[in-house]
Design a protein around this ligand. Structure first.
Ligand code: ARG
Length: 460
């Protein structure tokens, strides 16, 4: 017994606060299922190398099933000394089938390869579910874009009106971002799907367990080829949180656009009541809280990523308790992202657009580039036409006209003699949009093609 310098308050053999500080069960019990699954398969591996008899194995499997039912029904009784999900499950197994048999389960295994295995299984399951929700979200966006393909709106740079685009082109932009996220997510799942089980505490398995066999039984594609790396690698946690951060960054920008579009000043969209809230003081208010939360929660995900990177940046090889700090930020991130995808899907599928307001926000100066292009099509170098068109804009302003389309042919000709009567056809938003037929552009066919391509990627 060491002397406790701070004395008095802590009288037990171990500092009770240390027990609390050390315990991960309050949050890692989320992984009860994969922990039991890992033990089920690991003991199969032990039976294969004759460290368990067939009867012992079936007793163990019977016990594991009972424990799973207890957790599922909320009947699992946690006891003091249950430090984490691994010790809790093993303790309970002993109570159910006797320690004579349960005491053999951990042969050759360490909580180090056990927790690494549980985490990979847990993350794999969660990301697979997220991928499914994400796919449905993207399909909601695509469907909306197809239905509202005829609606025009201003496209912005610097939040200044720039050129007319299709509302569907804007939707397709985010569908493009999110489809990249979808593909990146599937890559992460593939990369993390390797088994650490059978690595032992760090040095490897002393009884020659068939790691490939247990890996396959757990649905892993392969085994991690170095036992030290197997127990110490949390890159998949970092990658998952980075993925989440990047995705939430897209969600945040998407939300910001929609918040702006929903203001009285813009009035392009109206959120459904289901995703808005009122003010306790101002009766007229309808606030886009859903979008603000989506934007705000992105910060929480970035923080989780940064925090965990700090936690692991200097830990020596191999397992160190610092690594237990992977769980809370990861679990919080996963649930935040899951809810965010579902909320964003709800927002997009229920909002209403005001196509009139969008159209009325288009202004003739947004066709100044098209006016420059008119002369380009007559062989004038673009740098020159850019200047000429700029002069037209200035002149219209000086004459207090409502737009460049109000300049007479004579006035245009006095700026540049190469303007002809057909210049009038330039001042048409639909025509401007329909000129952008090259891949990725805002013409109807170009946008529909983008949506088709995205659909195809989602199905492959
Ligand atoms: N609860 C621990 C964790 O999450 C399990 C591994 C404990 N291993 C150990 N050698 N103390 O990291």
């Amino acid at each position: 017994e060491g002397l406790k310098l701070w004395g008095g308050r802590f009288t037990g053999a171990t500092d009770p606060l240390m027990d609390l500080y050390n315990a991960s069960l309050p949050y890692d019990k989320k992984m009860y299922k994969v922990d039991l699954e890992g033990t089920k398969v690991y003991t199969e591996g032990l039976e294969k190398i004759n460290l368990l008899t067939k009867d012992e194995l079936s007793e163990i499997h019977r016990g594991l099933k009972l424990i799973e039912a207890e957790w599922a029904e909320g009947k699992f009784v946690e006891k003091p000394g249950d430090e984490d999900i691994h010790t809790a499950n093993e303790r309970r197994l002993g109570e159910l089938i006797g320690r004579g048999i349960s005491g053999k389960v951990h042969t050759g295994r360490s909580r180090n390869d056990q927790v690494a295995t549980d985490m990979r299984l847990y993350v794999r399951d969660n990301l697979t579910q997220l991928a499914d929700y994400l796919k449905q979200f993207i399909q909601v966006i695509i469907k909306r874009a197809e239905q509202e393909i005829d609606v025009l709106m201003p496209g912005y740079t610097h939040l200044q009106r720039a050129q007319p685009i299709r509302w569907s082109h804007w939707l397709s932009m985010y569908a493009t971002y999110f489809t990249e996220d979808y593909e990146r997510l599937n890559q992460i799942v593939k990369r993390l799907n390797k088994s650490p089980l059978g690595a032992g505490a760090l040095a490897g398995h002393p009884y020659g367990i068939d790691r490939e066999y247990i890996a396959e039984r757990l649905g892993f594609d392969s085994v991690i080829g170095n036992s030290l790396a197997a127990v110490s690698d949390r890159d998949f946690v970092v990658e998952t949180m980075f993925w989440s951060s990047l995705f939430m960054n897209h969600i945040s920008r998407f939300s910001e656009d929609l918040i702006i579009y929903s203001t009285g000043e813009f009035g392009f969209i109206k959120l459904a009541d289901a995703y808005s809230t009122g003010s306790s003081l101002m009766p007229q208010k309808k606030n886009p809280d859903s979008l603000e939360l989506l934007r705000g929660k992105s910060g929480r995900c970035f923080g989780a990523l940064a925090g965990f990177l700090m936690s692991i940046k200097s830990i020596p090889s191999t397992y160190n308790k610092d690594m237990q700090e992977d769980k809370e930020p990861l679990f919080d991130t996963l649930i935040t992202v899951e809810h965010s995808i579902l909320i964003a899907s709800g927002v997009v599928s229920t909002l209403n657009i005001d196509a009139e307001r969008m159209k009325n926000a288009l202004t003739m100066d947004m066709l100044a580039t098209d006016l420059a292009d008119y002369l380009v099509r007559r062989g004038v170098p673009f740098r020159e036409t850019h200047h000429i068109s700029g002069e037209c804009v200035r002149q219209a302003e000086e004459l207090n006209l409502s737009g460049i389309d109000q300049l007479s042919l004579e006035q245009l000709k006095s700026i540049d003699s190469r303007f002809e009567a057909d210049v009038a056809s330039t001042f048409d938003f639909e025509a401007s949009v329909e000129k952008r037929t090259a891949t990725g552009g805002t013409s109807k066919t170009a946008v529909l093609k983008q949506l088709d391509a995205l659909n195809e990627k989602l199905e492959s």
